[in-house]
Design a binder for this molecule. Structure first.
Ligand SMILES: [Zn+2]
Length: 199
């Protein structure tokens, strides 16, 4: 049996052929979508996300010039610039959601998927790791951050001269890779292969 994650309708599992998809008859949510060779692609994309997120923390994100004064800042600067008060909490929460949680998620996914894709026995506690990766997904807000920044940039572009640092472009690429990666990821297929290989 498989339950629709959106509307909880229950179905008897009928695996579609590779490239096909099984959708929920009630709400249209895609339930199963096996893609040939998806495993390797997901691993490659997840690896690039890991590298990009890590690098994006250290490179300058934004340069601002207004009336002769300029400033360059990276996410690391932002995260460590508040010393006291409620802003410390805000910056910790922000950095967790745009950096730490996405990183944790990519590492968990690699931990679960690498052995499965290379036909090895699953890693220890692979099921727990995969479940955790699914549970923290809503808190991985890299894309939302990037979109928020784009909106903010449009608003302040009248007030100051803006320059984008390397980290900005890394985030732009990240948004695209995260979306492609999620589209390859068939949760049901991962569970299924974890179960098969555990016997
Ligand atoms: Zn549904």
């Amino acid at each position: 049996m498989i339950a629709c994650p959106s509307c909880d309708a229950l179905y008897r599992v009928q695996v579609p052929p590779k490239g096909g998809r099984a959708t929920c008859a009630r709400c249209g949510t895609v339930l199963i979508r096996p893609i040939a060779g998806a495993g390797m692609r997901i691993i490659a994309l997840t690896l690039s996300i890991t590298i990009l997120v890590t690098a994006a923390v250290f490179f300058p994100f934004l340069e601002i010039h207004a009336s002769g004064i300029g400033n360059k800042t990276s996410l690391l600067n932002v995260a460590t610039s508040f010393r006291s008060g409620i802003l410390v909490l805000v910056s910790v929460a922000t950095v967790s959601m745009i950096v730490l949680i996405p990183l944790m998620r990519t590492l968990l996914l690699l931990y679960v998927l690498v052995p499965v894709v290379f036909d090895r026995p699953p890693a220890r506690h692979a099921r727990h790791a995969f479940r955790l990766a699914q549970e923290i997904k809503p808190w991985a807000m890299t894309e939302i951050f990037a979109i928020g920044c784009a909106v903010a940039l449009v608003k302040i572009s009248d007030l100051a001269q803006l320059g984008f640092g390397p980290a900005f472009w890394m985030f732009a690429v990240l948004v695209v890779i995260v979306v492609i990666n999620d589209s390859y990821m068939c949760t049901w297929s991962v569970w299924e292969s974890l179960e098969e290989s555990e016997g």
